[in-house]
Design a protein around this ligand. Sequence first.
Ligand SMILES: Cc1cc2nc3c(=O)[nH]c(=O)nc-3n(C[C@H](O)[C@H](O)[C@H](O)COP(=O)(O)OP(=O)(O)OC[C@H]3O[C@@H](n4cnc5c(N)ncnc54)[C@H](O)[C@@H]3O)c2cc1C
Length: 410
Amino acid sequence: MTSLKDQQVLIVGGGIGGLTAALALARHGIPSQVIEQAAAFKEIGAGIQLGPNVFRMFERLGLIEPISALAVFPENLIMFDSITGEEVTRIPLDEAFRRKFYYPYALIHRADLHNVLLEQCRQSNLIRLDAAQKIADVKEMNGGITAKTASSKDYRGAALIGADGLWSTIRELVVGDGKPKPAGHIAYRAVLPTSEIPEQYRRRDMALWAGEKVHFVLYPLRTGELYNLVAVFHSNRYEEGWDSFGDPAELQERFAKTCAPVRVLLAKIESWRMWVLCDRPPVKDWSRGRVTLLGDAAHPMLQYLAQGACMAVEDAVCLADQAAAANGDYAAAFRAYQQARYLRTGRVQIMARIYGEFYHAGGVAKELRNIMLGSRTPDDAMAGMEWLYGEQTELMRGALPAKPRSAASS
Ligand SMILES: Cc1cc2nc3c(=O)[nH]c(=O)nc-3n(C[C@H](O)[C@H](O)[C@H](O)COP(=O)(O)OP(=O)(O)OC[C@H]3O[C@@H](n4cnc5c(N)ncnc54)[C@H](O)[C@@H]3O)c2cc1C
């Protein structure tokens, strides 16, 4: 058995999940080597929503303050009907929300979140960061792990975490279930300076216009300097893809029947980035010996609950706790970690698909959706989110402070 603090853990992928795993391990005194294929450690320019559940993890990692300094704390989550423009439902993110879930709901630029994590990693003498190295193969031998890059550079460690995202190489070695499944939904994303958003549409809310086979999201970023725009529509035209340029003409056509705010805002964007949305059905076993997966590599999900990155951060905290408890027995730690996580992450994967159906409903389903959501009180809505934002899981026990934290109350 390896002594816990002598040998590094290899982390493949320096996204939000990989960097958080390195920080969470370092808090237990466990060294790690993060290996990133891109030429530099960085995130793409778009927004991300952070539920109260991830702030509970940030508290554990001492990250609430730097993240809160860069985030926007919206006043409401609002859903509008994309054709009529009428409000369907809203969840106020007020004191009652914070009393219930102890932490706020926030909006942040991905690059800002990633930078906070990266800076913290750079300040730790337990974390080593290597960019421009793509891991192609992994071998477990003599009680350790060797990870080989495409150019035959070797990394050695006591264990390995595949935090290499949706198109994970490590998953192929561990689970071997082929490519992720395209949902038939395309997301176009853009970020605009606030000055380009007509004044009547500027709001400190996370606003979503739901329509048949389309939806549109608008929210402020970077203390209100920017707005994040996301347009999603159904299309089977694309098999797979990631972060390529979108076609504004296609977007205008898909959203032609939507109400003025949506059409006006879409017309403001000249350059969109496009994502072909994919997920996988949940699995319960994503570890083999001293190799495990985390974040999108383990449980890729559609973005409709805005939880993929939040789940990756929860994974990281749970995994590091289990690694510390197992004291060098990484195979046991990884079994315990996936046991603690697979039902929760599987539920989010499944519910995200259902929320996607809900947002894109037409006909009778849409009428029912609007009636059901429209008749909810804020208390009903919060009760419906308890499973996700509340503190009922094993992972979160012991991490719950008695009161909402002032650092997160800006
Ligand atoms: C449109 C959209 C909106 C979203 N909105 C939200 C939201 O509001 N809230 C939320 O919580 N989540 C959201 N998500 C989900 C979130 O983006 C992902 O779940 C999250 O980024 C996953 O993080 P990760 O670290 O697991 O993977 P990634 O961010 O994909 O990072 C993986 C890293 O591994 C590297 N890598 C890959 N292969 C190798 C290799 N072989 N060797 C070395 N490095 C490698 C990659 O270059 C990358 O840097 C959204 C997703 C989409 C598509």
